[in-house]
Design a protein around this ligand. Sequence first.
Ligand code: LLP
Length: 429
Amino acid sequence: QHCFSKSEDGFLYCEGLKVQDFLESVEKRPFYLYSKPQITRNFEAYQDALVGLQSIIGYAIKANNNLKILEHLRQLGCGAVLVSGNELRLALRAGFDPTSCIFNGNGKLLEDLVLAAQEGVFINVDSEFDLDNIVSAARIAGKKANVLLRINPDVDPQVHPYVATGNKNSKFGIRNEKLQWFLDAVKAHPGELKLVGAHCHLGSTITKVDIFRDAAVLMVNYIDQIRAQGFEIEYLNIGGGLGIDYHHTGAVLPTPRDLINTVRELVLSRGLNLIIEPGRSLIANTCCLVNRVTGVKTNGTKNFIVIDGSMAELIRPSLYDAYQHIELVSPPPPDADISTFDVVGPVCESADFLGKNRELPTPAKGAGLVVHDAGAYCMSMASTYNLKMRPPEYWVEEDGSVTKIRHGETFEDHMRFDPVFVELSLGWL
Ligand code: LLP
C-alpha cells in the first residue's frame, strides 16, 4: 500500500486527502506533503526484516531532519546516524537514545566529538587525524569512546559518482591496507578508546543487493582479523544506501527484507549485532513537493511548464541529473494536448529543472503539479538561492487530518540575520 495514489477520476490523493482540495486551502507557495502512516510502514518493513537478528536501525537524519519526523521515528524504535554536531544536537533534542546513535563523517570537529563522547554515542573512526581527535575528545569528556572503524571495502556500488562512497578513491573511511595501523593505535589508547565494531557505507541509490553481500563478506573477514587480535567486536555496520523506485515503472527493486536476508547468515555466523543506516529507503517515498503551474511556454523546439517550485526547494535533478516522477494533481481539461515538456522553476539558471522531456497534458495556470519521492535529500538540501524561501511542510496523520510540521521560511526570517537590517529596525542608525 502506497500513500500517494490516483483515483479513477484522475485526482491525486495522499492517504485519504485530496491534494487538490488541500492545495486550495493553504498559502500559495510550494510545500512538502508527507504521509505519516507511510513513514511508519517503511520503518516497520525494516523492523520486520530484522526479526531474529540483534540490530540497530540508525536513520540517516541528513536525508530529512524534520523534528516531528525524527520524534516519530524515535518513538517507533529507531536510532540515528549523525554527520555533524548540529545533527547530533538535533537527535538529542528529538529524544534519541544516544546508545543507538552513530556519529559519522570525515571531518568531525573536536568540540562535536567531545559532545558525542560525553553522550556515549558510537563514533566512527575515519582517518588518522580523526582517531587523534577522538582520543582527545574522550580525555576532555572523561569518558571512553565506543568506536567503530569505518573501513573502505573498495566495492563499486554502481551508482552516480557523486553518491558513491565505498570505492578506493573516496574521501571517506580508512584504506583497508591501513587496518593494522589503526588497530595498533586503538591498542595504544586503552583508556580512551573501546573498539566495538566495523563500519562501511558503499554509496546511495543502490539497486542490487549483491553489492551489500559482497561488502559484508569482506567486512566479516576484517572482523575475523580484528577479533584474532583480542578485540571484542560486537557490531557490523553495513551503512545505508538502498535505492527506491524513482521511475515509477513498477520495476521490482530489492526491499529491506531482500537487503537483510542477503547478509543475515553471515551476521548470525559471527554472532554480530547488525547496524544499518537507511535514509532514502525510509523517507523518500513518503512525500511530494507540491507546486503550482505559473504558465506554459515554448522556445525553439522546447516546451516548458514553469512552476513556482525550483532547484532551490528540490535540487536533486539539477545536481545529480536525478529522475523524480512528476504528475498533475487533477485531471486535465478534456481538450488538453499531451506534449513533451521540461518542467522548470523560476530560478535564473538553466540548471533549474525538476524534470526533462516529460509527457504531460498541457496544464492550466494555477494547476497543482507534484514532484514525487521528495522525502529524502530534498527539503534537507533546500537553499534560499534567488531568495526563494524554504517551503513549509505538512503531514497527513493516521486519522486523515493534516498538521503543519514545519513553518515556511519567510523574508523576515531571512532579514533577521542581516546586521544592517537589524540595526535599522532597532533604530541604531
Ligand atoms: N550512512 C552513511 C555513512 C551515509 O553517508 C549515508 C548517505 C547514509 C548512511 C544514508 O544513505 P541512504 O540510505 O539515504 O542512501 N544527496 C544524495 C544522497 C547522498 C547520500 C549521502 N550519504 C541524493 O540526493 O541522492
